[in-house]
Design a protein. Structure first.
Length: 354
């Protein structure tokens, strides 16, 4: 059957998908450790030193430009959906810094000997759709012939310097909130293996393509002390970055975590991406489980790589009610309850309670 007649299954052309393609934290540490030191630049407000979501550069007028890029291989089969998911994921880094996106340029790698240009065009159109929803132009880009399909964006944004949100500035006593449910890596793996139920597929694509625009609003809240988006390292990896970078320990309530419908059923079937194991092996030494936690399930759920995952927010107790009101006003009432709290540094970076 010709490509024109059979359904496109983009995921069969890639060895990994979404943010599950990310290099493991342990290997990334080794790569970055060997990087050449750059000269001091006082206008670079956020750079490599903090492992943050984006770079931030002082424009000298009270505002700063945010620059980021993100791209990956297909996490879903439909080209249009792949494009809008990859674009939404890239734009999320701007929102995670508390900023507003201004424009984007596309990054496309395409196996021209395997997939037609018309399929690539659908991917670009999906990316353009997310940009339109974010209120920005897709202003150009660059493409290459590659063995596997790759798509993403380089995004430029802007932020008032006083509103910049970093991932290593949490304070002791802060409450932690998460704005999307966990488990998209598990669901997408179920889809790739042909086990994903249709109702879960629909919910998965909706979540993956939803913009984290709430971050631009939360950037204006003084009591939001730190923020990051949860992506390829899973909740555990990103909360660990926040805790360790802030010199604190994060205490997470396992029962309080939002989990997407169907995820626990797929865990019971031992369906999860390979990146979950890589993630766990990279930072398990810094995790403590208290008695009563379903550790076997947690091993699969907590390091699950998220694509365009929710924002992890560290908010002072005095600002919690304000943040909760913002979430509720923007249709995120289901995520207004804290999932944990930042505590004084202990022997482990993350403690999981029942």
């Amino acid at each position: 059957m010709s490509e024109a007649n059979e359904p496109i299954r983009l995921t069969k052309y890639s060895h990994g998908g979404g943010c599950g393609c990310k290099i493991s934290p342990k290997v990334l540490e080794e790569i970055l450790e060997g990087s050449l030191a750059m000269p001091d630049e006082d206008k670079l407000l956020v750079g490599n030193s903090s492992r943050d979501d984006a770079a931030v550069y002082d424009l000298g007028n009270g505002t700063a430009v945010i620059s980021t890029t993100d791209f990956f291989m297909p996490i879903v089969d439909d080209p249009f959906d792949f494009g809008r998911i990859a674009a939404a994921n890239a734009i999320s880094d701007i929102y995670a810094m508390g900023g507003k996106p201004l424009m984007a340029i596309a990054i496309l790698g395409w196996p021209v000997d395997k997939l037609s240009a018309s399929v690539a065009r659908q991917v670009i159109e999906g990316g353009r759709k997310s940009c339109i929803l974010a209120g920005i132009p897709l202003a150009g880009g660059h493409s290459i012939d590659s063995p596997e399909p790759i798509f993403g964006l380089a995004v430029t944004g802007i932020v008032n310097i006083e509103n910049i949100k970093k991932n290593d500035t949490a304070k002791e006593g802060d409450y932690l909130l998460l704005t999307k449910p966990l488990g998209v890596g598990i669901l997408s793996t179920a889809g790739k293996r042909g086990h994903l139920k249709e109702e879960h597929r629909t919910a998965l694509i909706t979540q993956l393509s939803t913009l984290n625009s709430i971050g631009g609003i939360l950037g204006e809240v003084k009591g939001v002390n730190a923020m990051t988006d949860v992506t390829g390292f899973g909740l555990l990896g990103h909360v660990m970055e926040m805790a360790a970078g802030s010199g604190l320990t994060a205490e997470i309530s396992y029962a309080g975590l939002p989990v997407a419908d169907g995820v626990r059923d797929y865990i019971a079937q031992k369906i999860f991406p390979d990146a979950t194991t890589r993630n766990w092996n990279s930072y398990s030494a810094q995790v403590k489980f208290e008695k009563g936690v379903n550790v076997m399930e947690a091993f699969t759920l907590l390091p699950d790589p998220q694509t365009n995952g929710g924002l992890l927010i560290s908010v002072s107790p005095s600002a919690l009610s304000e943040v909760q009101a913002i979430l509720k006003a923007n249709g995120l009432e289901a995520f207004a309850s804290p999932i944990g709290q930042m505590k004084a540094a202990a022997d482990k970076s993350v403690i999981i309670t029942p």
